[in-house]
Design a binder for this molecule. Sequence first.
Ligand SMILES: Cc1ncc(COP(=O)(O)O)c(C=O)c1O
Length: 355
Amino acid sequence: MNYNISIKKVEKSRTENLDFANVPLGRTFTDHMFICDYEEGQWENPRIVPLYDIPTHPAAMALHYGQAIFEGMKATKDKNSTPLLFRPELNAKRLNFSAERMGMPELPEDLFLDGLKQLVALDQNWIPPQDGSALYLRPFMYADEAFIGMRAATSYKFIIIASPSNPLYNKRIKLYAETDFIRAADGGTGEAKAAGNYAAAIRPTELAKEKGFDQVLWLDAVEHKYIQEVGTMNIFFKINGEFITPSLDGAILNGITRLSVIDYLRYKGYEVKEQPITIHEIVEASNNGKLEEAFGTGTAVGIAMIQEIGYKNSVIHISNENPVGNMVYEYINGVRTGKVNDDLNWMVKVENELV
Ligand SMILES: Cc1ncc(COP(=O)(O)O)c(C=O)c1O
């Protein structure tokens, strides 16, 4: 279905003052945004307008009860400067998965994709040309009904904003295996991309940073031993020739990069196991010299090599040789810029959009 998205363009683009060498993640925003309202049981008035500060009633329910979810994705350009999106249909599906868990309305997937493509087409001059940089896209939905009381809201907004961004990390990262705080428990909201999950992670992450680490390695809520994920990434280990990533147990976010890395590793003939894995198994593999590689995967970073994991009073050191991790990194970056063949058909071109 083609939605009738109205478009109001800026009079003058701000790209003139843009320095693509200096756009740290999430600080600079493009000329336009996509916005759509949910009222009386339906999504209406989809529009692209110049980016503006949205007026918010102080009783807007998202501010009090946290009905707020989001997605994160990237647009890049191929050799011919055609904008490319990385598996955007999976973000549209995951948004709806999160919406269902948080008692929020479903958004038609084709409305998500139409709005996204038209926004990217319109703001394509904001897509950074350098390798590793991208136009970060942030679709999100929140409850904007003004009401005090605990129930699902009846009005919502769905918005997409876009931010040209340099890579988040270009170094190996240090993780702190957290044994006091937890991110998510069985039956909770860990599997949804809900804003509240991130709020609960902020203080533990600050504390880990004070101790000299970059991110928290989250362990399960009950025994504090099963590995879940890292900051805003999923995690992979290579042990004795095989890859292992924690299985999706209901508390882990179903990462689109995670899925893509699993698909690509299998395509390249590697064994990849999705199974529960404990921090003790990692300590043991490290002691026996069998821990070969470890990396995090996520949209913001792509692939981030792990240098060490602090666990209780010891540190697990990881080799700085990451032959397979580097191969996956090169492939994912390569398909994003059309420099390597997209063998697994991930990329979606943004062309001939109605702008
Ligand atoms: C908690 C969490 N885990 C994992 C990921 C990685 O997911 P994806 O690969 O879809 O970006 C993210 C980032 O979106 C995240 O916020």
